[in-house]
Design a protein around this ligand. Structure first.
Ligand SMILES: N[C@@H](CCC(=O)N[C@@H](CS)C(=O)NCC(=O)O)C(=O)O
Length: 264
């Protein structure tokens, strides 16, 4: 039996649910509330020392890190495959997922936190409670970044560089899609799965203006959303409380995003 510790709106968890849905696998859900700090408890950190979702358990074996989890799922449950058969395309797929793991995932955390999620994190906590909540983040670099975005919002020193990194990434995705319909070779793969939640996050934050000059990427996202696994893994899990906050605060932040992009 597969079990997944996850969160409805988490990008990394969405990647794993997309893979599970693509393969038609059954799994047991353990939903954790991130704003309440449910990943930061000592008992959860025994499963996932970084105190983050997702964590997969397959027949008693604990597997962490979303990219590792989705590769594992494809190895352990090969049908239908979501790694390209062609090894050069497979290497390309891994370059895409590596890029996310090496920084772009952190950037989306910065962007989402600075624009919208900080309001949920701050709400109902005294300054002391907020400090205690942040102190439970095991990684000091992540803790500093998160504290800064909670405190300064879109004026955080981390916000503009994160937006610029995403702008570069979207250009790279647009260029890659001149080669074919999917990001790594001729077939839908873990690269497409891995990037889907990041486009969805931009959609929820009302930042889709960043796709105005990127027609191939806009078309890719339309095709991605029409796939059955999108509805099962993302659509059915959307948190109705988050969406208005993300849309409202995102629309307020959009002029600042445009300013950052115009400044280059
Ligand atoms: N590298 C990790 C990153 C996981 C991660 O950042 N998870 C976020 C949600 S997308 C989380 O659980 N945050 C909870 C917290 O920081 O308290 C992976 O790919 O699994």
């Amino acid at each position: 039996m597969l079990e997944l510790y996850h969160n409805d709106m988490s990008t990394c968890a969405q990647k794993v649910r997309l893979t599970l849905a693509e393969k038609g696998l059954e799994w047991k859900s353990h939903h954790l509330n991130l704003r309440a700090g449910e990943t930061r408890t000592d008992s959860y950190k025994k499963l996932n020392p970084k105190g983050v979702v997702p964590t997969l358990i397959d027949d008693g074996t604990v597997i962490i890190e979303s990219t590792v989890i989705i590769e594992y799922l494809d190895d352990a449950y090969p049908e239908p495959p979501v790694k390209p058969g062609n090894l050069k395309s497979r290497a390309q797929m891994r370059l895409w997922t590596k890029q996310l793991d090496e920084g772009l995932h952190t950037d989306i955390g910065t962007i989402s936190g600075a624009v919208a999620f900080r309001y949920q994190t701050i709400e109902g906590r005294t300054p002391e409670e907020l400090a205690a909540h942040m102190a439970k983040i095991p990684d000091p670099v992540r803790r500093e970044r998160s504290t800064d975005t909670n405190t300064h919002g879109i004026e955080s020193k981390f916000f503009a560089p994160a937006i610029r990194n995403y702008d570069k990434l979207l250009s790279q995705l647009e260029t890659a899609l001149t080669e074919g319909p999917w990001l790594a070779g001729d077939t839908y793969s873990l690269a497409d799965i891995a990037y889907t939640p990041y486009l969805t996050r931009f959609e929820h934050l009302m930042f889709m203006g960043m796709l105005d000059e990127r027609p191939r990427l806009a078309d890719w996202y339309k095709r991605i959303k029409a796939r059955p696994n999108y509805q099962i893994a993302i659509g059915d899990w959307l948190n109705k409380k988050y969406l208005p906050l993300m849309a409202g605060k995102g629309a307020e932040a959009w002029p600042r995003v445009k300013e950052i992009l115009a400044a280059g």
